[in-house]
Design a protein around this ligand. Structure first.
Ligand code: ADP
Length: 240
């Protein structure tokens, strides 16, 4: 069964105003459980708007999102569970950091899930280890860390909630090539270990070479989809 499916998903900003804009236009995705899926496209093509639907941050103007076959908007009471199952890491995840030290920051999610202090800390430490964050900095302020480390902490904060699906919006933007490689490597290791589904938004084509499936977005629509091999064989079309 597909973990995540969207059917005719459409989102318009500013409905009824002169600024009305269809940011996502009848998008159908089918993302298998445990797969690694890439979504690529230019800035403004609708990628961020699309993925904010996957954990219910935005409600579709039209169409639906199914998580394990169930419409996530069918029962409002279920939305909390949806948010825990689908973890979303924003484009600049360091802006999601706000606690006094790294460990408290990563504990925030599990604490919200109602776990005890001990359980939270255990899950937070496990998540920090998974992303390769050094233990000696656990009690440092997250604001004093390097860009790459901040990003690891932010990703760990989502992982500590044990999501089944991890959605990353340009997790390597603004990082140097080493930082980019490191962040991606830890995500891929994690996927192998935990068998989670990973959805990666990027505009670096090389970051989706290892994906199982790739969607290309343009002006709110999926204009191409296939395996990376299929997509890269149409590279001229893609550049156009
Ligand atoms: P991407 O993630 O591919 O850069 P976005 O989803 O951010 O694309 O944007 C898709 C379109 O929606 C763009 O034209 C953008 O200007 C517009 N848009 C994004 N956010 C808003 C908003 N809050 N209000 C109005 N328009 C928006």
């Amino acid at each position: 069964m597909a973990t995540i499916q969207t059917k005719g998903l459409t989102y318009r900003y500013g409905i009824g105003t002169p600024f009305e804009k269809t940011a996502v236009d009848h998008v159908d995705l089918e993302i298998e459980s445990g797969s690694f899926v890439g979504i690529i496209g230019h800035t403004g093509s609708g990628k961020s708007t699309l993925i904010q639907h996957l954990n219910g941050l935005l409600k579709p103007t039209e169409g639906s999102i199914l998580l394990d076959g169930k419409d996530i908007w069918a029962e409002k009471a279920q939305m909390r569970q949806v948010r825990f199952r689908v973890g979303l890491v924003f484009q600049y995840p360091e802006y999601q950091l706000f606690e006094v030290d790294v460990l408290s920051d990563v504990c925030f999610g599990p604490k919200n899930q109602g776990l005890s202090k001990e359980e939270c800390e255990a899950q937070a430490k496990e998540a920090l280890q998974l992303v390769g964050f050094p233990e000696k900095y656990y009690h440092q302020s997250p604001f004093e860390l390097s860009g790459g480390q901040k990003r690891r902490v932010a990703i760990a904060g989502i992982l500590a909630m044990h999501p089944k699906v991890l959605v990353l919006d340009e997790p390597t933007a603004m990082l140097d090539p080493n930082g980019r490689k490191e962040v991606l490597r830890s995500v891929m290791e994690l996927r192998k270990r935990e068998h989670i589904t990973v959805i990666l938004i990027t505009h670096y084509m090389e970051e989706v070479v290892g994906a199982d499936y790739v969607y290309v977005m343009e002006k709110g629509k999926i204009v191409m989809d296939g395996t990376p091999r299929e997509i890269f064989s149409k590279v001229d079309e893609l550049k156009a």
